[in-house]
Design a protein around this ligand. Sequence first.
Ligand code: FE2
Length: 427
Amino acid sequence: MRLISNARLIGRDGPHDIEIDGDRLGRIAPAGELSGDVLADAGDHLVSPPFVEPHVHLDTTLTAGEPRWNASGSLWEGIAVWSERKAFLTREDVIDRASEVLRWYAANGVLHVRSHVDVTDPGLVALDAMLEVRERVADVIGLQLVAFPQEGICSFDDGAELLEEAARRGVDAIGAIPHFEDTREDGVRSLEIAFDMAQRYGLRLDAHCDEIDDEQSRFVEVLATLARRGGLRDRATASHTTAMGSYNGAYSYKLQRILARSGINLVCNPLANLCLQGRFDAHPKRRGLTQVKEMLGAGVNVAFGHDDVMDPWFPLGTASPLQVALAGIAAAQLTGAAEIDEAFAMVTERAARVLGLGDGYGIAPGRPANLVVLPAASPFDAVRRQTRPTHVIAKGRLVAETPVTPTRLTWPGREPEDVDFVRARDR
Ligand code: FE2
């Protein structure tokens, strides 16, 4: 038996040891009570379930600047730039870029990823490449693929047929983009098509929904109602929902009840949407984000995702979930101490709920031996100091190690000393 020793666990007092039994977690007991070879000494640092990425586009990742930069920064120019880049896609190109970012994810302690894949391509080049990537990375990262109709289901030639072909080839979830369809009726019909397909193939549903600053874009009510009436409930997710940032108070209140009753999940992508939205506004410029605080308060599950890592929609990123959490905290004004812990949950446990990981996630006996050691005292501390995991354990194997290297500061009147950004009273 091997051990993760001296782990500080969320919800338990004092350091604990965790048994690793093959690819599963064994017993958890106060430090010193279990015996075995130490796989990693956590040194009384935080040990957390792995980070979870609930929303990224791995087929577009690392293409920023190709064939040109998105000069306006708008979602629409991003789609136009991607349409140009898509003409040059090859299987190897997609595999190489997606694999590189998945390595970054693993180094950051992200062991579950949901990626959307554009299927508005008659060749389905990216889809076949990503299905191959899913197999290749399975020993380290659990990758879910969503068939994403970037240019529409009803408004793109053969959009519905391509979506169904993606279902046949083995995606995990069906997508949609109702606000992008040519008419409101097409938007509603596209969701009906997507839900019907998800149910016929036994798949989850994750739609890009209302990713526009138009307060008239109200497809999330349609998605939630289809999810409730058809029984898909928490197997359905509305991603982006940025129009919610422009809804009036009366409608927002009504919507809280509709979403809470439905059981659907929301995914907010703060880095990308803070930048993409509000581009048509003079001042005051809208934030252009879903109602994170209000929907959490109404009992709706909300998670934070990247959406983009160096692509036509957002040019920066290192696949770090703590960067996303920090951006989300600032953007959604989640600055209460409990809210900062909640933001950490939004890139761990809440994101795991979006993916439907159930008993396949979390630190408890019998669950998969996936965890991260963060050189931090708490989730709050990890978010604030943006700490990369010192150890990442995937299926019982140590897959990433990052040494902690403090900054050496020479200051007038003091001997050279290490600076680790921990205030004195918290030591
Ligand atoms: Fe997206």
